[in-house]
Ligand binder design. Structure first.
Ligand code: GDP
Length: 595
């Protein structure tokens, strides 16, 4: 592509990604990024750079760049999160980088055959070469194909994958999307596509159960195309590999496809570099203490190393590979089970080797201090905060997840939202689906720093709890234009802050006194929390709200007071309301801005 007769001359379009620039100049993306950095340009691998900048890089690499004549329109690729492993090797000496095995994870709808496929691959190709493969479940295993290793994460399901993404770690280089040939694209298939796309991890489709008489591969390929995965045989760039996990057919082709994709990704690491990676899973074993499976992504983990993960650390007492064999070291893309942590490290956390336990403790202390400085809301992707980031130029897109009651509402909403994209700020609808807002939507949102919009749907309790915990913003609407208006306001920075009610306490009316000139005073007992003079009061009668307003006086015995705590009696009168009656519950609450 693009090279002219003179081998030193290269044709470039008006803009291209760092990745393409590297490919065209046969340089490594890291090399290109470094040259860009030395010229004061901070760019990630998927970032578009203009022709002039590309020409400077090319000249440093010994090429002369000329503008490509015909193709003027270059579709801007998303500026994206750079995959974790590339970030980890950023500081490594490019000369020391060598290819490492690809790490693969399997996603897909329930019952489409993820577990069967993982087992089939494990049994036929385990790296140990032993018939039947005496393997242990440690959360990952390796197979050999054409003399090359491939690492599989065998905790199927996108919950694990998303949990990893939500923590900023990204264990997998490639996603295998399992789709049953007789069932086709189902809700969890779409979710998996959304997860993989949001993480910018390439997808290979394993079209499973082709042995079934009711298999309909063409129909499924059509569905996949509609979901944005156009099969390569139809001119797209998604490999769709027919397999039967049950009959162990097509597995070789699938492994070949993985090798092809991993070659195109140029997955490298420095085995001698800084030791880093991801915690795949961890638990407590009664006999052995904390047992953690670590996936090394750079460097070589050695027995005796001090490993730090999140807010826990340990000295590696012993390491085992997935066959249960004791090993002394583990290089890039190797999963190993490690004994020696003091506390269970959370799955998905990054780990690193540090020089000493003392240093580990110091880093942990620093992390804890940092955490207490930033409350949960600090990471919250509220619309207001996103606007600030737009202004600061930190983000260029607004990621949204849309849930609606019926399919018929989705399309008009998407169309209206897309029309809002303005200038270089894009609306990016990561996932749109019918149904109420679930935990899995919130997970996806947390991982992608997205906001969840609900139209005529509610969020279940689990989803609300997780959203609270993860700092994910959920906005519910019943009128389309209100939703669109909000997003538009957010883009323009005019949004009213989100508010929420905070319960302060409750009092129950025990007796009513009517006093001339003063009006009604309710003799109350505070039954929960406290009642404060400067809060709002909602009057509930038989579970229904009958009034909402302010307190005009709050007395304890004869004194005016600011607050009365649970268990105490008080006299309350309300501004503009004299119809209190015995048994009423007065709820004291305040309205707080959530951001
Ligand atoms: P998961 O929920 O995606 O992990 O799916 P499982 O691996 O548990 O498989 C669900 C069901 O589909 C099981 O009954 C499997 O035996 C069956 N199954 C999986 N792969 C195949 C296949 O290639 N052909 C057929 N006919 N059945 C399969």
């Amino acid at each position: 592509m693009g090279e002219s007769n003179n081998s030193k001359t290269i044709e470039f379009p008006v803009s291209l990604t760092v990745r393409d620039l590297a490919a065209k100049t046969s340089a490594s993306p890291i090399q290109v990024i470094k040259i860009l950095m030395s010229n004061g340009v901070m760019a990630n691998i998927n970032q578009q750079i203009d022709f002039d900048t590309a020409a400077i890089v090319a000249s440093e690499l010994g090429f002369e760049a000329v503008l490509e004549a015909s193709k003027e329109d270059v579709v801007a690729e998303d500026t994206s999160e750079i995959p974790l492993w590339r970030r980890l090797i950023m500081d490594e000496d490019p000369k020391k980088l060598v290819k490492r095995p690809a790490v693969v994870t399997i996603l897909g709808h329930v019952d489409h055959g993820k577990t069967t496929l993982l087992d089939a691959i494990r049994q036929t190709n385990v790296a140990s070469g032993e018939a039947g493969g005496i393997t242990q479940h440690i959360g990952a295993y390796q197979v050999v194909q054409k003399g090359r290793l491939i690492t599989f994460l065998d905790t199927p399901g996108h919950a694990a994958f998303t949990a990893m993404r939500a923590r900023g770690a990204q264990g997998a280089d490639i996603v295998i999307l399992v789709v049953a040939a007789e069932d086709g694209v189902m809700p969890q298939t779409k979710e998996a596509i959304a997860h993989a796309k949001a993480a910018r991890v390439p997808i290979i489709v394993a079209l499973n159960k082709i042995d079934r008489p009711d298999a309909n591969p063409d129909f499924v390929k059509k569905q996949l195309s509609e979901s944005g995965l156009v099969p390569d045989e139809w001119g797209g760039n998604t490999m769709v590999i027919p397999v039967s996990a049950k009959q162990k057919k097509g597995l070789e082709d699938l492994l070949e496809a993985i090798l092809l994709v991993s070659d195109s990704l140029d997955i490298v690491a420095n085995p001698e570099g800084k030791v880093t990676g991801v915690v795949i899973e961890a638990q407590i074993d009664k006999a052995r203490g904390v047992v953690a499976t670590l996936l090394v992504q750079n460097g070589t983990l050695q027995s005796g190393d001090t490993v730090l993960a999140g807010e826990t650390y340990g000295k590696v007492r012993a390491m085992f590979d997935y066959t249960g064999k004791k090993v002394k070291s583990a290089g890039p893309a190797s999963p190993v089970q490690v004994l020696g942590f003091g506390v269970v490290p959370p799955a998905g956390d990054l780990f690193q080797v540090v020089p000493s336990e003392k240093e580990a403790r110091a880093i942990i202390q620093e992390r804890q201090a940092e955490k207490s400085r930033h409350t949960v809301t600090a990471s919250k992707a509220t619309l207001e905060q996103l606007f600030e980031k737009f202004q600061a130029g930190e983000v260029r897109e607004l990621p949204l997840i849309l849930k609606a009651d019926v399919q018929g509402s989705i399309e008009p909403i998407i169309n209206s939202l897309n029309e809002l994209s303005q200038g270089d700020i894009k609306i990016n609808i990561i996932h749109a689906e019918t149904g109420s807002i679930s935990e899995s939507d919130v997970m996806l949102a947390a991982a992608s720093k997205a906001i969840v919009l609900g139209f005529n749907v509610s969020a279940d309790t689990a989803a609300r709890n997780l959203a609270e915990q993860q700092g994910v913003s959920i906005r519910l609407y019943e009128i389309i234009y209100r939703m669109i208006e909000d997003i538009e306001k957010a883009l323009k920075g005019m949004l009213e802050p989100e508010v929420k009610e905070v319960n302060v306490g409750q009092a129950q009316v025990r007796a009513i006194f009517t006093i001339n000139k003063v009006g009604t005073i309710a003799g109350c007992r505070v039954i929960q929390g406290e009642v404060r003079r400067n809060t709002r009061i909602r009057v509930m009668r038989n579970g229904e709200k009958v009034f909402d307003g302010e307190i005009s006086s709050l007395k304890h015995e004869k004194d005016d007071v600011k607050e009365v705590r649970q268990g105490f009696e008080c006299g309350i009168s309300l501004k503009g309301y004299n119809d209190l009656s015995e048994g009423d519950i007065l709820e004291s609450y305040v309205i707080e801005k959530t951001s």
